[in-house]
Design a protein around this ligand. Sequence first.
Ligand code: S3P
Length: 164
Amino acid sequence: MNIILIGFMGSGKTTIGKKLAKRLGYQFVDTDQQIELEQGTTIHQMFTYMGESFFRKLETQLLLRLHHVKNTVISTGGGMVTTESNIELMKKIGTVVYLKMTVEEIWARMKHDQSRPLLQTANPLQTIQHLLQSREQKYLQADFTVNILDGSPQKVVTQIIQSF
Ligand code: S3P
């Protein structure tokens, strides 16, 4: 079985994914980290020099290559759902779980972040609101949604395991 975590930037997909994999004795893949490793550069640099669409193509290509993995937790970048076909690709790989957070919680975690190119705007709170609004319906196509009610990653891991 495979578990794929989706959700907005700052929802803890990488932290929770690692802990979930450890708890289940699964392999762990983080799509952002894998793409950075393969390209030998940062996402920030890719957005700047190659553009967002270049990165989005790499995300889909990676999903296509991950279709055969087993007993793996996959954490994805927050924009993975923005490419139409990716939700179906993820569902073919395994069970898709949406880590849902409110705008306020995301803002509390992201307000000092400088690593996310899409949030380097004059009004990052408004950017978060707009992006979340445009993506929420896509995230909700997950097999199930876990509301992240408190910050403890271990509790979220337990919530995910209990949802199965
Ligand atoms: C993005 C989220 C980031 C990363 C890139 C784009 C997005 O991943 O893939 O900066 O469009 O939401 P995280 O969700 O891990 O921050």
